[in-house]
Design a protein. Sequence first.
Length: 198
Amino acid sequence: INLVEKKFPELIPNLSTCRSPQMMIAPLVKTFFATKMKIDPDLTFHVSIMPCTAKKDEIERQQMWRNGKRDLDAVLTTREFGQLLKMRGISNFAALEGSNYDSLLGASSGAASLFGVTGGVMEAALRTAIEIKTKQPLPRVEFQACRGLAQVKEAALTIEVEGTPVTLRIAIANTIRATLDLVARIKAGQASYHFVEI
């Protein structure tokens, strides 16, 4: 968001109005979870563990606050979390006892499990949009081009909408440099997409 606000303000109308997954769950922790667990929300301390340092800045954005307070109290990067584990002497993960995740909100959709990976938000949104547009469940589709470690990943998916083939073009950029290059290509007319995830 900061990058678009500072370098490409003309693109602001193209941004999703959805909060990031960490900012979607944060108010639920302080409201629904606290109520369900009979905990005073002011006594909860919600920490998010994320791979991107930009997530630290995200919790400082006052438009994400509620009643003048942050719902998400802190963000640790995965690197910081690893350092914390190391400081606490936790390193033999194979020896740790396994456990299941809490199921506080009940069952989730298959798309929900995609959010934690690069390209996951785009893939979940694309799957949902296709099912809404075609009014049919999406057959098993592997979005392999969306996965992996490349700085920019591009894919095209052709679906049939009311008997007409429609090709959806998407891109995912993983770094600021890759994002700047991708936006430059789009602005120069060298690339065109229906959906871009940064």
